[in-house]
Design a binder for this molecule. Structure first.
Ligand SMILES: *Cc1c(COP(=O)(O)O)cnc(C)c1O
Length: 379
């Protein structure tokens, strides 16, 4: 099956007892057994739920993976992957990373002896230099949040393989519509399904896709043991969102391109970060690795003050000032104080994330209204 067909059909056979075409929301915690351990594949809903199974099959389908495993949030999925490591193990990660991932790595895992190197992942040689005998995982986020830098998944994954290191890619920003990390050689793809997969800003969830049997088994054991499972209603909402993934994301991208082009020519704007612009440092890599350039755009103003950024963000009417991304509605946010507030200022600025940076998640409204809104907010 091709991608668009899979978004409708992967793992979505009509329900066996009633023929319900849509996967029912199995709102149950337990399942009747005929005799002890004689059941129909489900014994307790922390371990498994048919609505969750339908979503897990869908995630595996979209990422061309053997296994999909769903979690209660994106960070719960990331947490589970790092928990497969042991004290003394080393992880190489990007210096331009989702703030919550950075917080998880440095506040939860560094104190218990897992070590992290945060490097510029747009430079493959920096990753190579950081490899040690203890390195077990390369954690890639591409495009990055919020600077939209692009890392070369194929090159990094093949480098990792030579050293017996696993590669995980946070594929949240691209979504599987644009990028399939496993096809590029990565071992694990993770998602915050809260974002493009859910697509309507109405649920929190996470997912992992992998064809590595050991990783899949480890994660299934963890989810049973630690219990960070999504509820059936949330699984249903993500499944419903995925059905329109391609059309939503493509329309958001068409809008994002228009918004980015307008920003580039706007006299008040200093710099626009968007992989679709030829001026973007990894434009060619993005064109090769992704089906299209995504719908996230960030920019800085010539007036490099937090006040100028705040003034714009408090005036927008179509763009809602809010955290998160990937929904049908356009959002504006201030990474330095919102999503990335947990990263110390010196660390942020070393990575190029300045206080004046503004991030847009471009939605599916009319592009003219989005541009008019930015125009009136800059006045
Ligand atoms: C939102 C996000 C996460 C965390 O996901 P939650 O569902 O909010 O826990 C992880 N990575 C990226 C890139 C994100 O945007």
């Amino acid at each position: 099956m091709k991608f668009n067909t899979k978004t409708i059909h992967a793992g979505q056979a009509p329900e066996a007892t009633t023929g319900a075409v849509m996967p029912p929301i199995f709102q149950t915690s337990t399942y009747a057994q005929k005799a002890p351990n004689d059941h129909q594949g489900y014994d307790y809903a922390r371990v498994g739920n048919p609505t969750r199974t339908a979503l897990e099959k869908m995630i595996a389908g979209l990422e061309n993976a053997d296994h999909g495993i769903c979690f209660s949030s994106g960070v719960a999925a990331i947490d589970a992957i790092i928990r497969t490591l042991s004290p003394g193990d080393h992880v190489i990660s990007s210096n331009d990373l989702y703030g919550g991932t950075y917080r998880l790595f440095t506040k939860m895992f560094e104190p218990v002896g897992i070590t992290f190197s945060f490097v510029d992942m747009t430079d493959n040689s920096k990753v190579k230099e950081a490899i040690t005998d203890q390195t077990k995982l390369i954690w890639i986020e591409t495009p990055t949040n919020p600077l939209l830098r692009v890392a070369d998944i194929e090159t990094l994954a093949s480098m990792a393989k030579k050293h017996n290191i696993l590669t995980a890619v946070d594929n949240t920003f691209a979504s599987p519509y644009l990028q399939q990390p496993l096809d590029l050689g990565a071992d694990i793809a993770i998602h915050s399904t809260t974002k493009y997969l859910g697509g309507h800003s109405d649920t929190i969830g996470g997912a992992v896709a992998t064809s590595n049997e050991d990783v899949a088994e480890g994660l299934r054991f963890q989810i049973k043991t630690t219990g960070a499972v999504p509820g059936p209603m949330d699984c249903y909402l993500v499944l419903r969102g995925i059905k329109t993934l391609s059309v939503r994301v493509q329309r958001s991208i068409d809008n994002a391109k228009k918004v980015a082009d307008w920003l580039v020519n706007c006299p008040d704007v200093a710099h626009v970060h968007y992989p679709g612009l030829e001026s973007h440092p990894q434009h060619k890599l993005a064109a090769k690795q992704m089906k299209d350039f995504g719908a996230m755009v960030s920019f800085s103003l010539k007036d490099d003050s937090i006040e100028a950024a705040n003034s714009l963000m408090s005036k927008t009417k179509v763009f809602t000032l809010a955290e998160s991304l990937g929904g049908v509605e356009s959002l504006v946010s201030h990474p330095a104080s919102m999503t990335h507030g947990s990263i110390p200022k010196e660390v942020r600025e070393k990575a190029g994330l300045f206080d004046s940076l503004i991030r847009l998640s471009v939605g599916i409204e009319d592009a003219d209204d989005l541009i008019d809104d930015l125009k009136q907010s800059l006045n």
